[in-house]
Design a protein around this ligand. Structure first.
Ligand code: TYD
Length: 138
C-alpha cells in the first residue's frame, strides 16, 4: 500500500491482485493497519441525500473504504478541512482521532467498510461541534 496524500487523515492505495477471474484487494501490514482491529462495521442502503457522521472520536482510529460505490469523507481537525472521495475499493482513508468527520455524496449502491481500533463506546464520541473545537483547544 502506498500513501497517496498525507493530511489530517491520509489516503492510501490498497494493494490489488488482478487476473482474468477478478480482483483481490489486500489490506495488511503495519503501515496501514497500524492498530489492532477490534471492530469491523459497514454501512449500506444509505438513504438518498443522507449525510452521516458529524462527530469526532477521542481515541478511535479507523480505516475507511468504499467496498462498493462511492461517497465523500470530509475531515476537519479544527483548523483544516479536507475532502476525500472514496470511489474505489483500491482507496483507503486512515482517520486519526480528533477529526470531525462527515460522510456524504453516497452513490445508491455505496457500501462503507470501516475497520476500527476499538469496540463501540459512546463515551469516545464528541457529537457537538463546539465541544469538539474546545476539546481540540481551538
Ligand atoms: P454513528 O457512529 O453515529 O453513525 P454514523 O456516523 O455513520 O452516522 O452510529 C449510529 C448509531 O449506531 C448510534 O446510535 C450508535 C450505533 N452504533 C453501534 O451501536 N455500534 C457501532 O459499532 C456503530 C458504528 C454505531
Amino acid at each position: 500500500m502506498n500513501k497517496l496524500n498525507p493530511g489530517p487523515g491520509g489516503l492510501h492505495e490498497v494493494f490489488t491482485l488482478r487476473d482474468d477471474l477478478g480482483t483481490i484487494g489486500v489490506i495488511e501490514g503495519e503501515q496501514l493497519l497500524s492498530f489492532p482491529v477490534k471492530r469491523v462495521y459497514f454501512i449500506y442502503s444509505v438513504a438518498q441525500g443522507a449525510e452521516r457522521g458529524a462527530h469526532a472520536h477521542k481515541q478511535l482510529r479507523q480505516l475507511i473504504f468504499a467496498a462498493q460505490g462511492s461517497f465523500t469523507v470530509t475531515l476537519d481537525d479544527g483548523s483544516q478541512i479536507q475532502d476525500y472521495i472514496l470511489d474505489s475499493p483500491t482507496k483507503a482513508l486512515m482517520v486519526e482521532p480528533g477529526n470531525w468527520r462527515t460522510l456524504k455524496g453516497f452513490s445508491h449502491d455505496a457500501v462503507v467498510m470501516v475497520l476500527a481500533s476499538l469496540e463501540y463506546d459512546e463515551a469516545d464520541y464528541i457529537r457537538d461541534y463546539q465541544e469538539f473545537l474546545e476539546w481540540r483547544g481551538r
